[in-house]
Design a protein around this ligand. Structure first.
Ligand code: TYD
Ligand code: MG
Length: 454
């Protein structure tokens, strides 16, 4: 069978095509399709029946075959995001913008795991060994028993690993790795995919955990680590806003633990330090209660976290008013503005709306709807909410408030941080509210009328 020797691969999403085009049909990105030589195929003419694969009943798997227990690094924020420590033989992808602190985090993790007794090899394709050592010195980790390898050739790395047999290998970054059997430039989708495939295979075969760093770029110039996401067991994103010292490590996929778990760190002159009480940190910049500010009692992963929403509403000089959001979903903001307008008779036409989550954290929970609506109302009416008040609840298109999960945990966290009142939907299990005063409302119109008098 004649086989075309060329394929065209989208460098953004990894879709393959038989001919070049300017726009990827799969992800819609422009100018991301490049010609690549395909990965070598398996032996031709192989027939079924020669398989060595064998199925084993679940209950027949002896516990002797079970992998050894997880290793904890002792960095509690990291261990929790991993689902309680690193699973031997697992593959983890840590994605994030360049310069956000991935190398710093992983060097600290390497030192912590090695001090906890795990053999660690840190392979850096971005920095020379001397540079990594300098960074380690700066972080006060120069004495950690971590082995460094400034390598980009995958074959050399795998050879080193066969000899060293570490418990953990860190690859910084997957975009700099180069498999010599693949005929395209480092950082291309083919290379990234081949390198990730080899490394995860090695991880499973040798029971060595592998952590890969992947840069995410919006331009799609470098292959996004998205093509790797389905290959690995765990995908973590390291995020934060520039100009803020907070960094959030978030699990978006985890075969061995809960997804959406977060670990909070602070970038200091001496590296990343753990933030054990994120609520206190996110609210630390909050001064006097001002119009437009509300405190949302949220849940991130398994943990309650209090964050401040800030809204600003001002008359617009433009025909098309501005809707600007940082840290929340723009579509969701539009929905809440529409509900306020249609169900509560509060128009926002002719008004610019700015919404911001303080501290640089991103909130994705629909439970924040009511906190956003309250912030918008408070800004529009120029009325501050009563001090020591937290707000949460989901808003439906009808304007009704829906109870949200983990009401008790949210209230407990709020009380712990000195809040005394909560505005929330009716229903929901709020039995353990302790000393909190609960203002429960059936719909948004009731919140508008009773609390803002609008
Ligand atoms: P880095 O870990 O190199 O980012 P990445 O690997 O994600 O590209 O971090 C780079 C930034 O972190 C840089 O702007 C400087 C800052 N930084 C500190 O603030 N303190 C420190 O101790 C270190 C090592 C870095
Ligand atoms: Mg780096």
């Amino acid at each position: 069978m004649a086989k075309s020797s060329k394929t065209f691969v989208c460098q953004s999403c990894g879709a393959t095509f038989s001919k070049w085009s300017g726009r990827c049909e799969s992800c819609g990105e422009w100018n991301t399709i490049q010609e690549e030589t395909p990965l070598s195929q398996g032996p031709a003419g192989k027939t079924l029946g020669s398989s060595r694969g064998k199925a084993v009943a679940l209950h027949d798997l002896s516990t002797a075959e079970a992998p050894p227990p997880r290793s904890a690094s002792g960095i509690a924020e990291l261990d929790r995001v991993l689902g309680g420590g690193l699973v031997p033989g697992s593959a983890v992808l840590v994605g994030g913008d360049p310069g956000i602190g991935k190398s710093t985090l992983l060097l600290q993790a390497a030192a912590a795991f090695s001090k906890a007794g795990l053999g660690v090899v840190y392979a850096s394709g971005e920095e020379a060994s001397a540079q990594v050592r300098m960074r380690a010195q700066r972080l006060g980790l120069a004495d950690a028993p971590v082995k460094l390898a400034a390598e980009t050739n995958l074959r050399d790395i795998l050879t080193t690993l066969e000899a060293e047999r570490p418990g953990l290998i860190i690859i910084d970054s997957i975009q700099t790795m180069w498999a010599d059997n693949v005929d395209s430039a480092p950082g291309s989708v083919s290379q990234v995919r081949a390198a990730a495939h080899e490394l995860t295979n090695f991880a499973k075969r040798r029971n060595t955990a592998v952590i890969m760093v992947g840069h995410v770029t919006k331009e799609g110039q470098i292959a996004g680590p998205r093509v790797v996401e389905h290959m690995v067991d765990t995908v973590l994103y390291f995020e934060g806003e520039r100009g803020h010292q907070f960094r959030i490590l978030r699990s978006v996929k985890n075969r061995f633990g809960p997804a959406d778990e977060i670990g909070v760190f602070e970038m200091t002159g001496g590296g990343l330090s753990e933030v054990a009480n994120p609520s206190a940190l996110f609210l630390s910049e909050r001064g006097q209660t001002a119009p437009g500010s509300t405190v949302f009692a949220g849940i991130e992963g398994t943990r309650p976290v209090l964050v401040e929403f800030q809204a600003l509403v001002s008359p617009t000089p433009h025909s098309q008013p501005r809707r600007s959001v940082v840290g929340w979903d723009g579509g969701r903001l539009a929905m809440i503005l529409a509900v306020l307008e249609s169900r509560c008779g509060i128009p926002f036409a002719g008004l610019d709306v700015y919404l911001n989550v303080a501290g640089g954290i991103r909130i994705a929970e629909p439970a924040a709807d009511l906190a956003v609506a309250a912030a918008l109302l408070s800004a529009r009416e120029d009325t501050a909410l009563p001090a020591e008040t937290v707000v949460f609840g989901e808003i439906s298109l009808s304007g009704a408030l829906r109870p949200v999960a983990q009401t008790e945990n949210r209230l407990k966290e709020a009380q712990k941080l000195g809040f005394s009142t909560a505005i929330l939907p009716e229903g929901g299990k709020a039995a353990g509210s302790g000393g909190m005063t609960l203002t429960q409302k059936p719909d948004l119109a009731a919140v508008v009328g009773d609390i803002f008098g609008a």
